[in-house]
Write a protein that binds this ligand. Structure first.
Ligand code: TYM
Length: 328
């Protein structure tokens, strides 16, 4: 069975973009692949955090992993820091990655000009992500469009390592959803829907939003004055985004979604999208509440225990190849 690895960094509450771009594809892959998903808590501290808020976000994220349908009997779910080898391989990866490559990372370029004081951890975080991926020797990495560049960095590092030190890593491929790999903000459809969106109150539907709030956000989504529901990203980015959300949730193609709303006005169309989103949130929120702490802890414990042997073996192999090990 081919292996998949992916993670989410819950620096804020999970949102509809995370669900459509990542969580839904993880769940759909469970029957066919050995799916490994983790909560990237080291990545969470690359920007300033509030410990209490982080703790809540981590626990909520884990509950949503389960609520969306990730089944611990089929998939492996773990917390990044429960597998210590990842951070150690992360340091090694940072030593094997030229700064020039990190300077080209879009997320770094976008942040560095904002004037925010950035930590060195934020700068090197793509090298930790390289370790997150390569340590599992997985073939596939399902991610949203914004993480593709980081998976490509991991591929480059794997290839470079294999060429220089002998075949070690699997060179992983990014898997990007056909529909919904880049859900846009509802209030500004030129921007990605994002946890760090300052306009989050209006642009982002959080999985924890009340149904009333979620519906209001969809009903107030920015559209245009053209008045026809059609998929035209250039001229009707708001409508195109709502069509994408609808198609992804209904698991239909964009043309199928368009044909459903051929003669429907924007108000009716938005209501249909809101109905779909609210139906999803209702189910997720009910399940979110249903797990007790002992179960959550057992899922994490078992997940880390399952992943650790491979992580240890791969780290040892890498260190041996680099000539770092003394004990056999
Ligand atoms: P993060 O936490 O920003 O996002 C988690 C996943 O959700 C996807 N995503 C979206 N997809 C569609 N539309 C959106 N608006 C949207 N926003 C987010 C992301 O592409 C991602 O798949 N560095 C990563 C976490 C990570 C990781 C890894 C992922 C750490 N190590 C190893 C894969 C493999 C991150 O910050 O994702």
């Amino acid at each position: 069975m081919k292996k998949m690895i992916s993670g989410i960094k819950p620096t804020g509450q999970l949102h509809l973009g995370n669900y459509i771009g990542a969580l839904q594809p993880f769940v759909q892959s469970q029957e066919e692949f050995d799916v490994n998903v983790f909560i990237a808590n080291l990545h969470c501290i690359t920007m300033p955090i509030d410990p209490e808020e982080l703790q809540t976000n981590l626990r909520d994220a884990l509950r949503f992993y389960l609520a969306v349908g990730l089944d611990p009997k089929k998939s492996t779910i773990f917390l990044q820091t429960d597998v210590h080898e990842i951070a150690q391989l992360g340091f090694i990866m940072s030593c094997l990655t030229p700064m020039g490559e990190l300077n080209r990372m879009t997320q770094y370029k976008d942040k560095k000009d904002t004037g925010i004081s950035l930590s060195s951890g934020f700068y090197t975080y793509p090298t930790l992500m390289t370790a997150d991926i390569l340590i599992h020797k997985a073939q596939y990495v399902p991610v949203g469009d914004d993480q593709k560049q980081h998976v490509e960095l991991a591929r480059n590092t794997a290839e470079r390592f294999n060429n220089r030190f002998g075949d070690t890593f699997v060179v992983p491929e990014p898997v990007i959803a056909k529909v919904g790999s880049r859900i846009m903000s509802l209030s500004d459809p030129s921007k990605k829907m994002s946890k760090s969106d300052k306009d989050g109150e209006k642009g982002v539907v959080y999985l924890k939003d009340t149904l009333k709030v979620a519906r209001k956000k969809i009903m107030s989504a920015v559209t245009d004055s053209i008045g026809i529901v059609q998929y035209d990203v250039e001229n009707q980015p708001g409508i195109a985004n709502l069509l994408t959300i609808y198609a992804a949730l209904k698991k239909i193609s964009i043309p199928e979604a368009v044909s459903e709303f051929k003669d429907v006005q924007y108000g009716g169309f938005k209501k249909a999208v809101a109905d779909e989103v609210c139906a999803l949130l209702e189910v997720l929120q009910e399940k979110h509440q249903s797990y007790d702490e002992a179960y959550i802890e057992s899922v994490l414990q078992e997940g880390a225990d399952k992943v650790r042997p491979t992580a240890q073996a791969v780290l040892k192999e890498v260190q041996e190849k680099l000539g770092m090990e003394i004990l056999k």
